[in-house]
Write a protein that binds this ligand. Structure first.
Ligand SMILES: Nc1ncnc2c1ncn2[C@@H]1O[C@H](COP(=O)(O)OP(=O)(O)O)[C@@H](O)[C@H]1O
Ligand SMILES: Nc1ccn([C@@H]2O[C@H](COP(=O)(O)O)[C@@H](O)[C@H]2O)c(=O)n1
Length: 202
């Protein structure tokens, strides 16, 4: 199994890049795991308390479960991935049965901060977009898709996202084998990653 880690700040385009990479690749050969599915279960907190969680700090992620799932997949066994709700700020009761594939892509803002997970990746990719570009994208996405309003997104950006990005996410760029500039759609870089995957699948 080839495991590819794709990191980068919120709104840099990780999900978009992953979708572009797997588009045209055989469905049964490539699987995707999102770090967002591994936010810790916070059912013991009220909704109000959950809105105050710092979702951009590594301690918000259930890395033990993610490590466990990656090891299980590597051993050829399926896992039950949690399903996360950005509206409820919590895991749902659902899970998704995820089978091991020849290529597994793991994407998320903080995945390169965890040494054990980092070591499991055969290829480490960091997607870069400038912070103003990321903020614009995040604003549009959170308002259109995640039920947030302008003030909420801007406050979170200033108070949490920006400092957490500087402290935890940007420094992991140095671990990357490939940095994809993504201020504009980058079909060349996506093509290169797809070629690497196709070689593995051949
Ligand atoms: N290169 C790009 N140029 C313009 N918009 C982009 C680009 N890449 C992604 N987007 C848009 O920005 C938003 C955030 O992208 P997404 O892939 O969800 O980022 P991430 O997963 O890193 O948070 C989405 O609405 C997406 O369509
Ligand atoms: N309940 C939550 C949990 C997380 N977030 C934000 O999601 C971002 C990570 O996802 P990307 O797709 O943008 O990589 C992260 O910056 C968290 O702030 C949230 O808004 N609500």
């Amino acid at each position: 199994m080839l495991i590819i880690g794709i990191a980068g700040g919120t709104g840099c385009g990780k999900t978009t890049v992953v979708n572009q990479i797997i588009d045209e690749l055989p469905e049964n050969e490539v699987g995707v795991i999102s770090q967002d599915s591994y936010y810790k279960d916070t059912s013991h907190l009220s909704y109000e308390e959950r809105t105050k969680i710092n979702f951009d700090h590594p301690r918000a992620i259930d890395f033990d479960l993610l490590v466990n799932h990656l090891k299980t997949l590597k051993e050829g066994e399926p896992v039950h991935q949690p399903v996360y709700s950005f509206v409820k700020h919590n895991r749902t009761k659902d899970t998704v049965l995820t089978h091991p594939r020849k290529v597994m892509i793991v994407e998320g803002i903080l995945i390169l901060t965890h040494p054990e997970i980092r070591d499991m990746f055969d290829i480490k990719i960091f997607v870069h977009a400038d912070s103003d570009e990321r903020l614009i994208r995040r604003l549009k996405r959170d308002i259109n898709e995640r039920g947030r309003d302008l003030d909420e997104v801007l406050n979170r950006y200033q108070n949490t996202l920006k400092p957490m990005h500087q402290q935890f996410i940007e420094p992991t760029k140095e671990f990357a084998d490939i940095i994809i500039p993504n201020n504009k759609y980058n079909t060349v870089a996506v093509g290169i990653v797809r070629t690497i995957i196709n070689e593995k699948l051949a």
